[in-house]
Design a protein around this ligand. Structure first.
Ligand code: SF4
Length: 447
């Protein structure tokens, strides 16, 4: 029997259409690898070539329909518009609202969140305050002698990871940018570079290093200060650095290598930023690199975790002058880590409403801060269910930036990268939800 050309195409056939999309960006971690090829079958991503194990898990888990309602109010499925109305009223009526998260969404959405914080007269903070906040403080206090990952790939002959385990946290960092990658002035790749790992324990990344230095926990500041003294040509007593767990010979050898390399780079991890000393550690590292530039070319870069945590620092800095923990209650931006940062505002019970975007603070913040989110009206935007969406009074399901929505992200070296939309989504993007909230809050505040 001849086929009827106007008969509907069986859905099954449509959903099984396979296509390959190249040059896709993985927005899971701060490497933002832009060479991923994904295979799409129907409405699902079934393969992510070139991605590491973390990237593959991100593409496969986010690249399939979640089946969640567009919005939930007090746990009950609701339409989008009632969700916006309820959320906007909670926020507009609050005396001291907090906006938090924003490290896994687009810069376009982040801009809307800053505008919302300003009109609400509340606080806005991002995941930076619990990871690389001390790097942001050092940046503001000392200045950041940095470079791009392209320069690292093409020029670096000395690569130092301090308090970082890139093999597990950023699995392609070494291969794509810093260690085995072949560059214009490092054509030999791995054999053209010396790799040093400094950490409190021998992690998986130590296997890729030429030199592993095991430092005592909480002694990074002393070691960095001693290195700076050696770089500046000062004599040191061996007993003065006993507490670091390193020997004077090890530190002298490292300072010599640092001074005599052609192009060196120091990657800072959370082993420096979230241990004893915090911003004193990062400031010491920034000052060390500044001192090294009297001898050679040396740069420094924080190993940023989330795919666009660098983006929110940039957006906040260009709009308010500060990279995280910003308060608008006097009508202009003020910055005071420890006072206006999310953990503090929540733990002290000050925030009386919260808007959480693309983050799960209930699962990740300390107990008192997390508990406060379940005591106050919390509004959550996320692509999937999380501990935070479960306690939220209003939860919106949003499209995943980089899979279901386009947008801009900043790689860990402050390079902006454009994300494309690969799959259709029934859900709005974070930017669309925040735009609607902003419009409605403006109307309510005008009243
Ligand atoms: S290293 Fe990071 S950005 Fe690159 S594929 Fe893995 S998770 Fe994605």
């Amino acid at each position: 029997m001849p086929l009827d050309p106007f008969a509907p195409v069986p859905i099954k056939l449509v959903t099984e259409i396979k296509m390959q999309v190249n040059h896709v960006v993985c927005a899971f971690c701060g490497c933002d690898c832009d060479d991923i090829s994904v295979t799409v079958k129907g409405e699902r991503i079934t393969q992510a070539r070139n991605a590491c194990v973390l990237g593959k898990a991100w593409f496969l888990s986010h690249g399939s329909p979640s089946g969640l309602p567009a919005a939930r109010i007090d746990g009950q499925a609701a339409d989008f518009e009632p969700g916006i109305e309820t959320a906007a009223r909670w926020l507009a009526e609050a005396r001291y609202p907090l906006i938090y998260g924003l490290s896994s969404t687009s810069c376009e959405a982040q801009r809307k969140a800053v505008a919302l914080a300003e009109i609400l007269g509340g606080c806005i903070d991002c995941c930076t305050s619990v990871c690389h906040g001390p790097s942001g403080i050092a940046l503001q206090g000392v200045g950041e002698p940095t470079c791009t990952l392209g320069e690292v790939k093409n020029r670096a002959d000395l690569v130092i990871y301090w308090g970082s385990n890139p093999g597990e946290s950023h699995p392609r960092h070494m291969a794509r940018y810093a260690v085995t990658a072949k560059g214009m002035f490092v054509p030999q790749g791995r054999s053209g570079r010396t790799v040093v790992l400094i950490d409190v324990r021998r992690t998986a990344s130590a296997r890729a290093a030429d030199i592993f230095l095991q430092i005592k926990p909480g002694r990074d500041f002393e070691a960095l200060w001693a290195l700076q003294a050696l770089v500046n040509g000062q004599a040191l007593d061996a007993s003065a650095i006993d507490a670091t767990g390193l020997t004077l010979q090890e530190l002298s050898d490292l300072s010599n290598r640092m001074k005599h390399c052609r192009f060196g780079v120091l990657f800072l991890g959370q082993g420096l930023t979230q241990t004893r000393g915090k911003h004193f550690n990062t400031s010491a590292a920034f000052l060390l690199v500044r001192a090294l530039n009297r001898h050679t070319k040396f740069a420094l870069m924080p190993m940023r975790g989330h795919g666009n945590v660098t983006g929110i620092d940039n957006v906040l800095a260009w709009q308010t002058g500060y990279p995280f923990g910003v308060n608008f209650s006097l009508g202009y931006p003020r910055f005071n880590p420890g006072e206006y940062t999310a953990v503090d505002v929540l733990s002290r019970g000050e925030a009386d409403a919260a808007l959480v975007v693309a983050s799960d603070p209930v699962a990740s913040l300390p107990g008192r801060a997390a508990r406060r989110l379940s005591e106050i009206p919390t509004i959550a935007l996320d692509t999937h269910e999380s501990e935070t969406t479960r306690v939220a009074r209003v939860a919106f399901t949003t499209a995943t930036t980089g899979i279901h929505a386009e947008g801009t992200v900043y790689r860990m070296d402050n390079i902006p990268i454009r994300l494309r939309k690969i799959l259709p989504s029934p859900y709005p993007s974070d930017e669309e939800v925040l735009s609607r909230l902003l419009t409605r809050v403006r109307e309510l505040k005008a009243c």
